[in-house]
Design a binder for this molecule. Structure first.
Ligand code: PHE
Length: 462
C-alpha cells in the first residue's frame, strides 16, 4: 500500500518553512556585499524590481507545480509537463547537491565565529589578537573546517531525518521567530549608531549613474539564489502543501519576508560600517569580507551591547543557514524517497553522507591540499568551493529558472495552471492574466539575458 504523502500542518507552518529556506546566507552574506559593490540605492531598486517581476511569478510557478503533482522535483516535472522534463528535475537535484556541499562550509564559519565571540564575552579578548586575521587562519585550517562542516551537516541531517512535519516544519516554527527577534534587537542597536543615517541613504537613495549594466544582471541572478528558486526547493516544499492552502498568498508572504530581511541585514551592517572611521574604505575585496572579516570585530567592539549582540549575530547566521540547508537536503532526499522508493531515514543519511564527501572538498579548498585547493575549472576560481559557487550561481540556477518559466508558461496548459492559482483561496488583488504575462514573457526574457551575459560576455554572479 502506498503511504500517504506528508503535508505541512498549516499554512503558517508552510510559510515559515519556505521563508526559512529563502532567508539564509544569501540575505546575510551575499546581498549586503553585492549592494556594497554596486554602490547601493539604484542597485537595491533594480533588485526589488527583479524580485517582483521575476522572483514572485517563478515562486508561484514552482509552488503550483509541486502542489498540483504532490511529487518532489523530478516526478513533479515529469507529471506536470512530460517525461522528458525529468532531466530538468535531475538538474535541480544536482544543483541542490552541489549548493549544499559548499553552503555547509560557510554555515560552519558561523559556528566558529559564535564560539569565538562568545569566548571573548566570557573570558575577554586575548591580548594582541588580530581579529581581522582570524578568518584567513581558520579557513586554512583544514581539520577545523572539516569539524565545523561535519557538525553542521549532522545538524541538517538530523532535521530532515524526522520528515516534513516533525523535522523541517518544527525547526522552522521554532527558529524563525528567534531569528526575527535577534534581527530586531540588532536593528534597534544599529539604528542608534552614528552611521545609520548614512547607511539608510546609501541603501534607499538611488543614483543611477553609479549602476553598471552588470549590476542589473547581478540583481536578477541574486533574486534566484535568495528566493531558493531554479533548483526545485520550492517545487519540493510545494508538494507538501494541501489543496486548501493558498499558493498566491504564501508566495507573496515568502517573497516579502525574504526581501525585508535582506534590507534589514544591510541596514544593520552598513550602519556599523559607516559608524567606524576608515571602515568604509577597508571593507570589500572579498565576498566573505564583510560578514566574517570586518564585522566580528566591529560587532564585538563598536555596536552598543555588542558583547551580547556579537555572539547572537552569529547564532542568527547559523539559524538562517540551517533552515536553508535543510531545504537543500530535502530536495535531494525527497527525490530518492519518491523516485527510488527508499525509506526516509535511510535516504536522509545516505544523501547527507554523500553530499558530505563533497563538503569535505569545499572545506579544504582554502588549505594546502593538492588538487582540491588548486582545482581551477573557471577563470579566477580556485578550489571546489569557488568552482561550485560559480557554477551554481551563474549556470545552474538561471538555467533551472528558465526551464521552470517555460514549463509553467508554455508547456503546461492554461487551464492546469489557472486551476491551481485561482481556486478560491487566492487574494482579491491577484490577477491570473498578469501572472501569465510575467511567466510567459517577462521572466524568460530576463533570465535569458542573464544566461547570455554569462555565456557571451563572461559576467560573474558568484
Ligand atoms: N535562499 C538561500 C539563501 O538565500 C539559498 C538557497 C538556494 C537555499 C536554493 C535553498 C535553495 O541563502
Amino acid at each position: 500500500m502506498e503511504e500517504q504523502r506528508a503535508h505541512w500542518s498549516s499554512s503558517t507552518g508552510f510559510v515559515l518553512a519556505a521563508t526559512g529556506s529563502a532567508i539564509g546566507l544569501g540575505n546575510l552574506w551575499k546581498f549586503p556585499f553585492i549592494t556594497w559593490e554596486n554602490n547601493g540605492g539604484a542597485f537595491v531598486l533594480v533588485y526589488l524590481l527583479c524580485i517582483a517581476a521575476v522572483g514572485l511569478p517563478i515562486m508561484m510557478a514552482e509552488l503550483l507545480i509541486g502542489r498540483k503533482t504532490q511529487k518532489s522535483v523530478v516526478g513533479a516535472l515529469k507529471e506536470a509537463v512530460g517525461p522528458a522534463w525529468g532531466i530538468v528535475g535531475l538538474w535541480g537535484v544536482l544543483c541542490g547537491f552541489i549548493l549544499l556541499s559548499y553552503y555547509t562550509v560557510i554555515a560552519g564559519w558561523s559556528l566558529f565565529y559564535f564560539t569565538q565571540t562568545a569566548g571573548w564575552t566570557l573570558g575577554g579578548v586575548p591580548e594582541g589578537l588580530a581579529i581581522g586575521d582570524l578568518f584567513g587562519q581558520q579557513v586554512a585550517n583544514s581539520p577545523l573546517q572539516f569539524g565545523l562542516s561535519l557538525l553542521f551537516s549532522v545538524a541538517t541531517v538530523s532535521v530532515v531525518y524526522f520528515g516534513v512535519q516533525r523535522g523541517i516544519e518544527r525547526i522552522a516554527r521554532l527558529f524563525l521567530p528567534v531569528l526575527f527577534g535577534i534581527l530586531v534587537l540588532l536593528l534597534v542597536s544599529a539604528l542608534g549608531m552614528s552611521g545609520s543615517g548614512e547607511a539608510l541613504a546609501f541603501i534607499f537613495r538611488p543614483s543611477f549613474s553609479e549602476l553598471e549594466p552588470e549590476g542589473v544582471l547581478e540583481a536578477l541572478g541574486h533574486s534566484f539564489f535568495t528566493l531558493s528558486l531554479g533548483m526545485g526547493a520550492m517545487v519540493t516544499y510545494g508538494s507538501y502543501i494541501s489543496r486548501s492552502q493558498s499558493i498566491v498568498k504564501a508566495s507573496a508572504m515568502i517573497v516579502l519576508l525574504d526581501t525585508v530581511i535582506a534590507l534589514i541585514a544591510s541596514i544593520i551592517m552598513f550602519s556599523v560600517i559607516f559608524s567606524v572611521a576608515g571602515m568604509a574604505e577597508q571593507v570589500g575585496g572579498s565576498t566573505v569580507g564583510m560578514l566574517f572579516i570586518s564585522l566580528p570585530e566591529l560587532f564585538y567592539n563598536e555596536v552598543p551591547f555588542g558583547t551580547v549582540l556579537g555572539p547572537l549575530f552569529y547564532v542568527l547566521v547559523a539559524l538562517a543557514a540551517l533552515t536553508s540547508t535543510m531545504s537543500l537536503l530535502e530536495v535531494v532526499t525527497s527525490y530518492v524517497i519518491d523516485e527510488h522508493g527508499v525509506q526516509r531515514q535511510i535516504a536522509t543519511i545516505a544523501c547527507g553522507a554523500t553530499v558530505f564527501i563533497f563538503t569535505i572538498f569545499a572545506a579544504i579548498s582554502f588549505g594546502n591540499v593538492p588538487f582540491f585547493s588548486t582545482l581551477a575549472l573557471f577563470d579566477g576560481k580556485t578550489g571546489w568551493f569557488e568552482t561550485a559557487d560559480h557554477f551554481v550561481s551563474n549556470w545552474m540556477l538561471p538555467t533551472g529558472g528558465l526551464a521552470v518559466t517555460l514549463a509553467a508558461g508554455w508547456f503546461m496548459t492554461r487551464q492546469s495552471t489557472e486551476s491551481e492559482l485561482v481556486d478560491g483561496t487566492e487574494p482579491r488583488w491577484f490577477r491570473y492574466g498578469a501572472w501569465r504575462l510575467f511567466i510567459r514573457f517577462v521572466a524568460p526574457l530576463a533570465v535569458t539575458a542573464i544566461i547570455v551575459a554569462v555565456f557571451f560576455f563572461g559576467a560573474d554572479f558568484s
